[in-house]
Design a protein. Structure first.
Length: 305
């Protein structure tokens, strides 16, 4: 099948590989992006963490921690100007407070919760009338207990993290700073899992398959016995864990230790036990398509109409 320049550019953006490599991979994969990325990885050309959903929707993500919980919400709009609008920002922040107070089961339940003199749905419709853009409440997450929150880039990323620790430890100012560090780690390093035991078997099997394929393409390892390659593949999965699992990642503020050690050191310094229980990381517009606007064409169409 014919591979367009647009497809090649998109694959290059997702993988950081060369144009020719991307075109060859797409041709070999009959235009299938997922398969093309896998082919490039097997050739040792593309990194696993480059494969991500197309991030293009506008709006903002907001994360905040309260005394007994933390909330992260995402509200989408049509243009990036909206994220700078005070009314839009206030609505998003108020929405997080509603989630914290009401603990709705899903977005549908959230829309029926009270906000101001009416419901969230009423407030949203009123906001749309003022801003004159389509605005949608996309998703939210809420953790109860000792938590931390972090917002990056004015609302491009939002993270909440839940910890298991004593009230005494959680009340210390050092714990708040520690919690923010962990939330920033999640935003910066974007782990897929908390620890090794959380990685699904099928994901491990696929990683192992890719490592074996890389060995087959490497003259230094291609002729080694299968049993040796199998052991080497298992050993190389350690690198995958260090990239994909939060507690195994190098700590962003001190590359000489991993997150697991930072947690242990902090717990010891604060005189108690600390365990990371879970985290949620929202990236604005993750997985959504941005409308391809051509203002000149839009005006021309309006004139013809």
């Amino acid at each position: 099948m014919a591979i367009s320049a647009k497809d090649v550019m998109e694959l290059r953006k997702q993988t950081d590989c060369g144009m020719m490599e991307c075109k060859k991979a797409l041709t070999q994969a009959d235009g299938d992006f997922e398969k093309a990325i896998e082919i490039l990885r097997e050739q040792g050309l593309a990194a696993a963490n480059k494969k991500a959903g197309r991030i293009a929707a506008e709006g903002m993500v907001y994360a905040v921690s309260f005394d007994n919980c933390a909330v992260v919400v995402e509200v989408n709009a049509e243009t990036d100007f909206v994220a700078k609008n005070d009314k839009f920002v206030d609505f998003t922040k108020n929405l997080a407070k509603v989630v914290a107070d009401e603990n709705p089961a899903d977005v549908e339940a959230l829309m029926a919760c009270k906000m101001g003199d009416g419901t969230v749905d009423d407030a949203l419709k009123a906001l749309i009338l003022v801003i004159k853009e389509n605005i949608k409440v996309r998703r939210f997450a809420r953790y109860k207990g000792h938590c931390a929150a972090y917002v990056h880039g004015g609302g491009t990323h939002g993270v909440i993290v839940k910890f298991e620790t004593s009230d005494d430890v959680a009340a210390k100012p050092e714990f708040a700073a520690f919690g923010k560090d962990i939330a920033m780690q999640v935003a910066a390093a974007n782990p897929s899992y908390l620890n090794e035991s959380d990685v699904p078997e099928d994901v491990l099997a696929k990683e192992k398959e890719i490592v074996l394929a890389q060995m087959a393409n490497d003259p230094k390892t291609a002729n080694k016995p299968d049993a040796i390659k199998e052991k080497m593949a298992i050993g190389k999965l350690g690198k995958f864990y260090k990239e994909a699992c939060l507690v195994d990642q190098a700590f962003i503020k001190d590359g000489g230790m991993d997150v697991k050690k930072y947690v242990a050191d902090t717990a010891k310094a604060l005189g108690g036990d600390i365990k990371i229980v879970s985290f949620t990381h929202f990236t604005k517009g993750e997985g959504l398509e941005k409308r391809n606007e051509d203002f000149a064409a839009e005006v021309a169409a309006a004139i013809k109409g």
